[in-house]
Design a protein around this ligand. Sequence first.
Ligand code: ARG
Length: 456
Amino acid sequence: MAKMWAGRTDGITNKLADDFNSSISVDSRMFREDIQGSIAHSAMLGACGIIKQTEAENIIDTLCDILEDIESGKLEISKSAEDIHMFIEEVLTERIGDIGKKLHTARSRNDQVALDFRLYLGNETDIISDKLKALIGETINKAEEYKTAVMPGYTHLQRAQPITFSHHLLAYAMMFLRDIERLADCKKRICVSPIGSCALAGTTYPTDRHMEAEKLGFDSICQNSIDGVSDRDFAVEFLSAMAQIMMHLSRFSEEIVLWSSWEFKFVELSDAFTTGSSIMPQKKNPDMAELVRGKTGRVYGDLIALLTTLKGLPLAYNKDMQEDKESVFDALDTVKACLDVFCGMISEMKANTENMLNAAKTGFINATDLADYIVGKGIPFRTAYKISGEIVAYCIKNDFVLETLPLDTYKKYGDFFADDVYSAIDLQNCVKRRISEGGTGIQSVEKQIEWVKDKI
Ligand code: ARG
């Protein structure tokens, strides 16, 4: 069958070229947005007297029917259509003939596809933000549950200083909050209306782009019609936001993989979010966390794919740009699935607080507190640091930890050492005393929990 755009050519394409050119398998998911855009366009054409009011109403009613029919399954989106825009328009003209053919006045598929894509991503930013909020909620629940659980905090993956598990979890809540902010910021640039840019140069019809944008819930329009059809920055920004979400999830996943290993045993994942091995009966594998970590690679790939597609593209629309949706849809589907599974996994995760505390008791993570204690006796920090280091070296050599080293031995390093050294290096006290804002002290952690709750 000849294409709707037959004219300059006979519109009969080679089957291979047809399949290669078609984007329906990717863009059919934008049917709602395409219809929503066309309804607004038709209303604007009617209001501006470009087509008759009665014609506009007829088109709008029929578009509403088409939407209903697709949603109910009565109308199947044809896999042989070129894209979702052509499919909807074809059905419209099938149903109301020549009047349907008037819908495409004062627009082009170039501004139409840009609009549909923006409408679709605008909605997705809200859906993904809600999923992030749910994950933050679960993270906060765990933070509240483990407010006093002491564990080693790490730098270079070496035991560094005592922290609470709650404090550590809250660090992730902060990252997810920024992810939400990033999406909200990106949404400002997504929700700008390109429609009316037409093919690239604007149009000779007396259109009202602002009215059309308003009907779509956008409060501004693309100011330059060439930019309107060429711009995919919003999609790159969106993908970059997706990549950062995955980067955060991947770091969290890595820790969960480590923490649930026999070497750490800091957390126990629920059976529902782990898998067994086909050969090793003892195994309980953190597959969900590993998959999230693994899928981070593909989302980064999606971002790089779009950046590379756009690189060097001359203005305005080029068919290369049809490739934009596949990367973006893959990324957002992946991110949504990862957020859902991650949220469930966190909600059922249990901490082994005893193991955390035991790990905190070795590794001399209170050595900084010992140095601070010495400073409290009037010694300059650098000197105190050196004394503390020497004591640690002695302990390692003679199989002590700071808590078990006799006071007599301490005194060899300075006559200021007294019984109060033991409470100064007590792990719970070390945590309690970290009162600085944002620190690991209980009050500070409680404040952070409230702060996050307030934000969501
Ligand atoms: N399916 C196309 C896309 O996704 C629609 C735009 C087609 N425009 C054109 N001039 N061929 O980009």
